[in-house]
Design a protein around this ligand. Structure first.
Ligand code: GUN
Length: 293
C-alpha cells in the first residue's frame, strides 16, 4: 500500500515555490503578496488562515491578514474587497469561508476581481475551468490533481468516483477528472446524499475521491481491491486525550481501507497540506501575471 504523503510532497513543492520566489526577487521584482480576510472567530477558520499565512512566510511571500468582527456589515466587507481589488501590491487574496449568516457569500465572491481570485471560486474562473482555459483552479481539487500527478497515478480511462458535490471540492473535482488532461481523462461518477446503492458504485471505483465531511464514512467493504483512495475530509472530532480537546478526522476509515487500497492519502497529512500549496501556486501565478513576467 502506497501512502500518498501530503506532508513530504507539500514540503518539496514549497521548496520549489520558494526557489521561484528567490529567483524573481533576485531579478529585482517584489515578492508575491497574498492577503487573507478572516471574519469572526470560527476555530477551524482561524486554524486554516494561520496555516496559510505561515506557508506564505515559509515560501518567501509577503502576507497580510485582515481580521474583522462577525458583526461587520456586508457593505463594510465589500469595501475591503474593493480596496484589495485596487491595491497593486496585492497579487491575490482569499475571503475565508464560511461567512456569518447575514452576509451573502456569493455577493462577496463575485466582487473579488477574477485576476486576484486565488481560491478559484469566482464564476469567471469556474467558467474558464469548464472550458479548459487558463484560470485559477480551486485550491483543494487542484491539490488532489497535483498529488495524483506527482505520485504518477494513472487516471486515463479509469473510473473515478467522487463522493460529495460541494462547489468548493466535489463538483469541480468531478469536472477536472473528466477533462482531456493528465491527470484527467477519467470516466467520472459524482455521488451525493441522494445517491442510491452508494457502496455498489464506490466498489467500481479505480480512484475514489471522498469529500462529504463525515468522519470514517468510507469503510473497506465499499472499496475495490487495489483502488486509489483520496480522502478530502477534515472534521474536528472531540477527543479528550488531546490538549486541544479534538482531533482531525478524514472521511475514510483509514485502518480498514488501507488493507484493501493500493494507495491512500491520510488525514491529517494528506490533501489538506496540498490545498495550501495550491493556494501558493495560484498566488505565484497571479504575481507573474500582475508583473507581466
Ligand atoms: N473554507 C474552507 N475551505 C476554504 C478555502 O479553500 N478557501 C476559503 N476561502 N475558505 C475556505
Amino acid at each position: 500500500m502506497l501512502l500518498l504523503d501530503g506532508k513530504s510532497l507539500s514540503a518539496s513543492l514549497k521548496e520549489e515555490i520558494k526557489a521561484t520566489v528567490e529567483e524573481r526577487v533576485s531579478q529585482g521584482f517584489r515578492p508575491p503578496h497574498l492577503a487573507a480576510v478572516l471574519i469572526g472567530n470560527d476555530g477551524a477558520s482561524e486554524t486554516y488562515v494561520a496555516s496559510k499565512v505561515r506557508a506564505c512566510e515559509e515560501a518567501g511571500f509577503a502576507s497580510t491578514l485582515i481580521r474583522r468582527e462577525a458583526s461587520i456589515s456586508q457593505e463594510e466587507l465589500l469595501e475591503i474587497v474593493h480596496q484589495l481589488n485596487k491595491d497593486p501590491q496585492i497579487d491575490g487574496y482569499i475571503v475565508q469561508l464560511p461567512l456569518p449568516a447575514h452576509i451573502h457569500a456569493d455577493t462577496i465572491t463575485e466582487a473579488i476581481l477574477p485576476q486576484k481570485d486565488v481560491d478559484g471560486f469566482h464564476p469567471v474562473n469556474l467558467g474558464l475551468m469548464m472550458q479548459n482555459k487558463d484560470c485559477f483552479l480551486p485550491a483543494t481539487p487542484k491539490g488532489v490533481l497535483t498529488m495524483l500527478e506527482r505520485y504518477g497515478i494513472e487516471t486515463s480511462g479509469k473510473h473515478t468516483v467522487v463522493i460529495g458535490r460541494s462547489l468548493i471540492v466535489g463538483s469541480p473535482m468531478s469536472v477536472l477528472m473528466a477533462r482531456n488532461t493528465n491527470p484527467g481523462n477519467a470516466t467520472v461518477t459524482l455521488c451525493h446524499s441522494k445517491t442510491q446503492n452508494l457502496a455498489e458504485i464506490t466498489r467500481q471505483a479505480d480512484v475514489l475521491i471522498v469529500a462529504l465531511g463525515k468522519p470514517g464514512f468510507v469503510t473497506a467493504d465499499m472499496v475495490k481491491p487495489g483502488a486509489v483512495i483520496i480522502d478530502v475530509g477534515i472534521t474536528r472530532v472531540e477527543d479528550p486525550t488531546k490538549k486541544s480537546g479534538f482531533r482531525i478526522a478524514g472521511d475514510v476509515d483509514f485502518e480498514s481501507v488501507k488493507e484493501v487500497a493500493s494507495a491512500i492519502s491520510p488525514v491529517p497529512g494528506g490533501v489538506g497540506l496540498m490545498t495550501i500549496v495550491s493556494l501558493l501556486q495560484n498566488t505565484l501565478k497571479a504575481h507573474a501575471n500582475s508583473l507581466g513576467i
